[in-house]
Write a protein that binds this ligand. Sequence first.
Ligand code: DC
Length: 242
Amino acid sequence: MTARARPVVAIDGPAGAGKSTVTHVVAERLGYLLVDTGAIYRTVALAAERRHVSWDDGDGVAALAAALVAREAIRLERTANGGQRVLLEGDDVSTAIRSLPMGQGASKVSAIPGVRQALLELQRAAGRAGGVVLEGRDIGTVVFPDAEAKFFLTASIEVRAKRRHDELSARGQTSSLSEVLSEVAERDRRDSSRPVAPLKQAADALVVDSSGLTISEVADRIVDEVRRVERRLSEKAAGARG
Ligand code: DC
C-alpha cells in the first residue's frame, strides 16, 4: 500500500451519537471529502422497496445491491456546502432515504453479508486517496482497518433518542420520543448483534462520548487529533525522502 499524504478519517458509532453533524463539521474544517456510508445502505433499502424486494429477502437484496454497484447506479456527489448528495439511477434520493422506515430498512439490509460485500468496494474507492472523512459503523474495523485516524463516537441512549427525535421533528415527521427511543434501541441491538461486521469499536479508535459536549467541542477534539496525524504523516514522508 502506498502511503497517503492525508489520512483516511473513520468515524464510527451508534445511531444518534451525532455522527452526521459532527462528520459534516469536521470535513468542512479539514477541507476533506465527506462520505456518509449509512446513506448507501439506506439507498439500497429504498431501491429494494421500489422494486418490491422484501428487506428480509437476503438473496434478493444482495443480488440487487450487486447489480446496482455493477451498473454504478448509486452515486455519491459533493454538494456546494460540502455535504453529500446520493443519486439512485440518476434520481436524487438524499431526502427520501432519511425517513424512519428507511432507517429500519437500512438496518435490516445492512445485516445481509452479500449486501455488505457488494458495498465494500464502493466505500473503499470513495476513500482510498485519503483526505476523506468516512462515517459509518465498520469503517475503522472492516472498510479501512488501516485508516490513519479512527474515532468511535457515542452518547447515552437517552441523549441519542432525543437528538433523533428533534431531527425528525425538524423535518416535519411526527413520532413520539418513546417511539424513537425504542427504534434506536432496536437498531442498536440489531447493528451490534449481527454476525457480519457488527457495530464495534476498533481497538485503535479514540472514543469520544458526546453526551455532555456540544457539536463544536466534539469536532474540535477530532480535528485536533487529525491535525496531529497529518503532521505525523508529513514528517514520515519527509523522513522517507531523506
Ligand atoms: O447512520 P445511518 O442511520 O444512516 O445508518 C443506517 C443503517 O445502516 C444503520 O442501521 C446501520 C447501517 N450501517 C452499517 O451497517 N454500516 C455502515 N458503515 C453504515 C450504516
